[in-house]
Design a binder for this molecule. Sequence first.
Ligand code: ADP
Ligand code: GN1
Ligand code: MG
Length: 363
Amino acid sequence: MHDLRAISALFQMRADFVDSQAFGSGHINDTYCVWYDQAGRRVRYIHQRINPHVFKNPIHVMENVARVTAHALDRLLADGHPEAHRRTLTCIPALDGKPYAIDKDGHLWRTYLFIEGAKGYDEIESNEQAYQAAKAFGEFQKLTADLTGPRLHETIPDFHHTPKRLAALEEAIASDTAGRAMTVQAEIAFARARAADCSRITDQIASGEIPERVTHNDTKLNNVLLDETTAEGICVIDLDTTMPGSALYDFGDMVRTAAPTTREDNPQLTEIGLRLDRFESLVRGYLSAATFLNAAERENLAFSGKLITLECGIRFLTDYLCGDTYFKIKRPGHNLDRCRNQFAFVKALEENMEAMERIVAEA
Ligand code: ADP
Ligand code: GN1
Ligand code: MG
């Protein structure tokens, strides 16, 4: 637990600290909801410590976030949007005016306006939510398409380079630092059997068939806040990995998190399946905004869900073999449960690939 009162003193809060609580279910950063008394009104803010093991250059992360959020706000204000500050993340400046502050241990913190009346979901509840989430991420890609200035920083190099993720798994197997490789032979074989899938998108990026775009790269369902009453996609959050990538990585991660019948760490593998109706809502929501896709991107929409789920399973397995140093875990074996869950979903996607292709073609 961090001293949030001390952290709050690093920012221009114009309010008195009341109380703090750990918040959300993200796997990476330390996120707190902090209540303040602002001249007699109770308001809350998000204070977040950027994970220094995951983001080796957190200042680069904040330079990207500042550029993308400023661009979004400009657009919203130019459109005369009545609630512009609820539609994009807003950084509260630190005492020195920067969009971040460094604490006494050298860690980087940021403060965001708390987006009220909206929620991020770990588990999907309706097709409408799938449609709205996908539309919001599609609109986000449209927004970043006309970002001016230099190329964004690659905050995690090769983040979705799936062949390199597979190579990292092989390295983890070879070093077997936690002594777990013997117990996960079936999972290792599952990943190895799909080596050809891993390079399908990277090959088409290398050949120029699939273009590089500025993408979000972490479009899991709980990284978009949906309005609690209308379900409308209000604000895309978790912009730490917004950088050059492929639109397919974004669509694929929506499929991974919004099309399964259950949450990503359910260990009951018999409960894991694909909801084709959810998939169809994702396709329709995404395509309603992502009007810029080329033929190769469209052709790979159904496959992208399988690719990103496979990649994520490989990453969970790698972290399990390394002794759980990357993703936050809540119980022993959590990363292995997540890996098995993702691989079970890969199988469900494989079984439904033709039906998914048909849905994309019809949309
Ligand atoms: P992580 O990288 O660890 O996933 P996120 O940036 O996604 O961190 O934040 C974790 C959670 O905190 C989100 O899933 C969301 O529920 C909540 N959250 C983050 N920023 C805000 C915000 N500005 N307003 C309201 N909730 C937020
Ligand atoms: C992490 O930060 P969060 O919880 O939104 C991870 C994603 C994974 C996801 C799996 C920076 O997302 O890449 O797909 O967990 N983020 C990072 O749930 O590695
Ligand atoms: Mg998140």
